[in-house]
Design a protein around this ligand. Structure first.
Ligand SMILES: [Zn+2]
Length: 419
């Protein structure tokens, strides 16, 4: 029976899976600025080619972040199916965040210790890429036929928005409603959890403009920082409790993020604090906010609420002029809980782990948004090895047992979906 054969091929490939993930970790694809993308895209491409896939290296031509110094190179491998239907697509980003401080191991060493593979990007998400690559290879080695084409892509810049990565693939229609049946992104949600979507992002800037005057006669000016403080008071005292009372029906983890949230990312106003004294009333203050909104709230309501709050601050301090500017907007995404891609993964999880799959949603966003919004593919989930809370941390690792189990789950799910 092909299922047992496929599972046996994953077990047989265990060493190769770990080696390949370790090899990817040793390529320091740090973003920003986007180091070594070319080398990593080639390493993934070479592996896929060795597995018999038709491979394309795809520089994100036309994107301003694609430069000679830091080229943005994506890679796609494709195995044709016996029919010419839409593909089952596995996508992983190969950029990683900078290692930061506090490591007790080489962040780019790809060391294996006590059954764990260590390194920046181990769980987020080079182990996931290795799992995807070898899930498909196990299907091939088992000789299990499939009707639909199977594709695997490695993409750039997820950590900085994914515009030259998955968004670009979608704009080029490499990922599209016509060409793509379902997308699985092996982000580290764990071996028995399927992530069906994420909250929305409304990232905006508020600017307060006052009137400069001599600091010894502040009553002659209008202090922009004082103006901003009115807005900050309103965010904390009025908006904060309202947001806390809103809870989404989406299964967002951790629990705290089932509520709507807002974060004050940064503030900048008046004269730089380290400058030599020049007594002036601050005539400008800007602050940036990160509002994560729920599917139930929607973008329009979220925006209108902020505009009303700014109007209130304006009324409290008419001498200061307030304005709002959008910085980044992502709509929430939500794949139907009974979509075939969810069912196929849940069945595979039950078969491989003996446990019932948990459906979760992500507090932050990932490339799902581009698959849903630009490519227009409604079936997209994240499923992959590793623990989410180790992502972006020092001593990031992925347990090897998890990598093998997730490879098996992906293989069975892909086999089922591509049948
Ligand atoms: Zn990631």
């Amino acid at each position: 029976m092909s299922v047992d054969k496929v599972l046996a091929e994953v077990d047989r490939a265990a060493g190769e899976i770990v080696d390949f993930a370790a090899r990817l970790i040793r390529i320091p694809t740090v973003n920003p600025p986007g180091e070594e993308y070319d080398a990593c895209a080639r390493a993934i491409g070479d592996q896929l080619r060795a597995h018999g896939a038709a491979v394309q290296l795809l520089p994100a031509v036309g994107r301003s972040e694609h430069t000679e110094r830091y080229p943005r190179i994506n890679v796609v491998g494709r195995h044709a199916g016996s029919s010419n239907g839409p593909a089952i697509h596995l996508n992983g980003h190969f950029d990683v965040v900078p290692p930061g401080h506090g490591w007790t191991r080489d962040p780019f060493g790809g060391e294996v210790v006590d059954g764990k593979l260590f390194g920046r990007g181990a769980c987020d998400m080079k182990a996931g890429i290795a799992a995807a690559v070898f899930a498909v290879e196990a299907i091939r080695r088992a000789g299990a036929g499939h009707a639909l084409p199977i594709e695997i892509s490695g993409t750039v810049d997820e950590e900085s928005g994914g515009f030259a990565g998955v968004a670009w693939l979608a704009e080029q229609r490499i990922l599209s409603q016509e060409r793509t049946r379902a997308v699985i992104i092996p982000e580290p949600f764990g071996v028995d959890r399927i992530c069906i979507g994420h909250r929305g992002v409304y990232w905006f800037e508020v600017c307060a403009e006052g009137r400069i005057a001599h600091g010894s006669m502040p009553y002659l000016g209008a202090n922009a920082i004082e103006g901003m403080s009115h807005f900050l008071d309103l965010v904390r005292d009025e908006l904060g409790p309202v947001l806390f009372d809103r809870i989404t029906a989406m299964p967002v983890v951790p629990d705290g993020s089932r509520h709507a949230t807002i974060n004050i990312n940064g503030i900048d106003g008046g004269q730089p604090v380290d400058d030599s004294p020049s007594p002036c009333v601050a005539d400008r203050c800007r602050a940036v906010f990160d509002r994560r909104f729920l599917m139930e709230e929607g973008l329009d309501q979220t925006r209108a609420e902020i505009a009303a709050l700014v109007a209130k601050a304006q009324a409290r301090m008419p001498d200061v002029r307030f304005s709002i500017e959008d910085r980044l907007v992502f709509e929430p995404t939500h794949t139907a809980e009974d979509a075939p891609v969810v069912t196929a993964l849940a069945e595979a999880i039950a078969r491989v782990t003996g446990r019932q799959a948990a459906l979760v949603a992500s507090p932050g966003t990932y490339d799902h948004k581009h698959v849903a919004r630009i490519a227009g593919v409604p079936q997209c989930v994240a499923y992959g090895p590793g623990q989410l809370d180790l992502a972006h941390q020092p001593d990031e690792y992925c347990a090897i047992d998890d990598m093998i189990a997730a490879t098996k789950v992906l293989a069975l799910a892909v086999l089922n979906l591509a049948r």
